[in-house]
Ligand binder design. Structure first.
Ligand SMILES: [Mn+2]
Length: 337
């Protein structure tokens, strides 16, 4: 059955009244699809429909809804005779929901709800549930107000990480959403500027301000820094800024956590699980224990060993035939000891 026919069937099925239910902590895709379906049912059908979001919507959705002038739906227990599950792949994602009949609109590759519900608008190749809804509306010759077009674009961009996963079919849907007034610039602004907590921003900036910069071999950049919290975010910043090996030291009461990240570039050059090997080496030589994966690893060492950490890291690479030199030692050591 064509998407168009299935969607038309869904609209008819919803006519006696329906509750539109998203997965818990609804993301932008789920919210956009639910809001638009609700709009379509209310403006083109004569039935009653409403939206229910178990445990509310996530932060990004909240931000986008209020920016586009929509009110954030109430969360709570969802009870309805007929419900449409939106962007839901398993019933565990909705938990506390009461209903006697269900239908589903979804795009997840694995979906166990499709067999449970009688009616399914389901396509694992759609890219996003928002794309499925938009494609059906486009094919039926419906239109949506600009705010809904922008919301649907946001859902698509969110799930496809700005079209990193895209097909010509999806691009046609995006093109239609732009034609009916969707604002891609606003979507990009709303989705990329995420609220990062003050404490995390400070931790990241501090980690940069005290960072030591070293060179391994010809042009592999190693950075070391000291942080009180948010080791993972600080390491991400270090990698984004160009580190091939990023090390963050986080001193605790009686020991220090050393977290290591390695770029894919360096992994290709070394052809060994560098992060895990370095963590193990540091553990063995500094009186701690460590391990992990090829690109991410960690080791816990005694506080006293922080002073020997730089030497031990140098030694690890020298044993593998690489020269190591300091470009700028920074002041991470002073901060950490
Ligand atoms: Mn989705």
């Amino acid at each position: 059955m064509l998407l168009l026919e299935r969607f038309a069937k869904l609209l008819a099925w919803c006519r006696p009244g329906v509750l539109i239910v998203t997965h818990r902590n609804a993301d932008v895709d789920a919210v956009a699809a639910a809001f638009t379906l609700n709009y379509v049912l209310r403006s083109y059908g004569e039935g009653v429909s409403d939206i229910c979001v178990p445990e509310g919507v996530d932060l990004a959705s909240k931000k986008i809804l209020s920016a586009l002038g929509f009110s954030v739906p109430k969360s709570g227990k969802c009870v309805g005779k007929r419900i449409v599950l939106i962007d839901v792949s398993t019933l565990a994602q909705v938990e506390d929901v009461e209903f006697s009949e269900c239908s589903v609109v979804d795009h997840h590759v694995v979906n166990s709800v499709v067999e449970v519900c009688g009616l399914a608008v389901y396509d694992p190749k759609a890219g996003a549930t928002s794309a499925l809804i938009a494609e059906a509306l486009m094919n039926l010759g419906f239109t949506v107000p600009r705010a809904y077009a922008t919301l649907l674009l946001a859902g698509i961009m969110f799930d496809t990480r700005f079209l990193r996963i895209a097909s010509s079919r999806l691009l046609r849907v995006v093109s239609w959403l732009l034609d009916v007034g969707g604002d891609l610039e606003e979507v990009s602004r709303l989705l990329t500027h995420q609220e990062i907590p003050y404490s995390e921003r400070i931790a990241k900036l501090k980690s940069l301000s005290r960072m030591g910069i070293y060179v391994v071999g010809e042009d592999n950049i190693l950075t070391m820094t000291c942080v009180g919290a948010y080791e993972a975010s600080s390491l991400r910043v270090a990698l984004d800024a160009g580190s091939d090996i990023a090390i963050a030291v986080a001193p605790r009461e009686d020991s220090a956590r050393v977290v290591i990240r390695v770029s894919s570039r360096l992994l290709q050059e070394f052809k060994t699980p560098v992060a895990a090997e370095l963590a193990r080496y540091l553990g063995e030589n500094l009186g701690g224990s460590g391990g992990g994966h090829e690109a991410a690893a960690g080791v816990v060492i005694p506080l006293i060993s922080i002073r020997s950490l730089e030497d031990a890291v140098f030694q690890f690479f020298r044993l593998r035939g690489y020269k190591v030199r300091a470009l700028d030692r920074g002041r991470w050591m002073e901060e950490c000891t």
